[in-house]
Design a protein around this ligand. Structure first.
Ligand SMILES: [Zn+2]
Length: 191
């Protein structure tokens, strides 16, 4: 009987150890509070690179990402087609899961990468408009919210804040390109 208990105890310890090893294997190699958890993400490698590049070139873009990082939102930026012939759009679909509000931005990744960064910046501002409002917990509420604040009609909603933010990101990445050309450093293949 004692042996069985001992074996059970060992078995239990073994499972605990396996669990700890498994958790550690999947944990980032930094302290939990410093864990890099990017709330703005993409399954598309090129888009991920453009997001990273925009954050290095535009303070406005960097601030957008930082604010989303502090929110309860996760924003996916994925290749896709928007209606009305626009290059990018924030989907009205909001999914709540695991304590997070998930939003999706669709972009056409072809064409000028600088224009793409501006478009993503514009849509991240829309994402923040939603995430800054904790009462918005489903897609219908997001739709009603935009119908209430939008400066345009029907389902092609627009806000001055997003237009302004996109312009600011566009100007900042353009300025960074001029600085790099003038000073001749930090050459990037999209320069
Ligand atoms: Zn917009």
């Amino acid at each position: 009987m004692g042996v069985i208990i001992a074996n059970r105890r060992l078995l239990s310890l073994g499972l605990e150890a396996a669990l700890i090893v498994s958790v550690l294997a999947h944990a980032p190699l930094v302290a939990a509070e410093d864990a890099p958890f990017f709330r703005v993400r993409s399954s598309d490698q090129a888009i991920s690179e453009f997001i990273g590049l925009a954050a290095t070139r535009s303070l406005t873009f960097r601030n957008l990402v930082a604010l989303i990082q502090m929110s309860d939102g996760i924003v996916y930026v994925e290749p896709g087609t928007c209606r009305h012939g626009v290059r990018s759009c924030l989907s009205m679909t909001l999914v709540q899961t695991g304590g997070f509000r998930m939003l999706r931005i669709l972009v056409n990744p072809t064409g000028s990468p600088w224009g793409l960064m501006e478009s993503i910046g514009h849509e991240l501002r829309h994402a923040l408009e939603v995430l800054a409002n904790p009462a918005l917990t489903n897609s219908h509420e997001v739709f009603l919210f935009y119908r209430g604040i939008s400066s345009t009609a029907r389902d092609a909603f627009e806000t001055p804040a997003a237009l302004h933010t996109g312009d600011a990101v566009g100007e900042e990445v353009a300025r960074s390109r001029r600085v790099i050309k003038r000073d001749g450093h930090a050459v990037h293949r999209w320069q």
